[in-house]
Design a protein around this ligand. Sequence first.
Ligand code: 5GP
Length: 214
Amino acid sequence: MDFETMKSQRRGLMIVLSSPSGAGKTTLTRQLLSENQNMTMSVSATTRRPRPGEVDGKDYYFVSKEKFSAMLDENEFLEHAKVFDNYYGTPRGPVEEALIAGKDVIFDIDWQGAQQLTQAASDDLVKVFILPPGMQELEKRLRSRAQDSDEVIAKRMSKSEAEISHWAEYDYVIVNDEVDMAMAELTAVIIAERLKRKRQLWLGPFVKTLVQGG
Ligand code: 5GP
């Protein structure tokens, strides 16, 4: 096997992106996916109703409470949590398949999900927290989305502080003031994480051939 093939044979990273709603995580995620073919998004199941424009199977798997609890009973979730008044969970199967196939998996999950994945003590995990540049800007972004009622927005704003209070549990923190800069920072994090010695399983045999003059 040549080294290009060996290098490409790796386990993917589990990249958790958490932030309060409106910090720009969705934009960053979309851009990441469009620029990286070897990356996939974990699609969560939720009991929340779809917002206008959201597609079942793409944005979320929209399921009933009964279906969600059946999935929970069958141990189908890698992690799950109640956020606002709804349940959210990460289906296990697609994530494991992607990682084995060497794809990086992006998780848009909250601090509760990040904690659960950490407890599963995965070597593959990289946790990134996205902060807004200010709370007023956060509210402006939530309103410009114009998808939620005033009541929901007020609720999301009050939850934002709770989400932000978990920033120190993450490996990396990015302030999303300007999206191009935040994107460059996120890309740098991912490149550095991929280059970690422990993740480059192919290095041992490669260095052996170097030393042996191969
Ligand atoms: P939204 O309803 O705005 O799509 O998401 C609300 C919050 O739930 C966001 O902070 C999002 O990251 C989080 N979330 C979405 N899916 C999951 C999941 O599968 N697990 C956990 N723990 N949180 C999730």
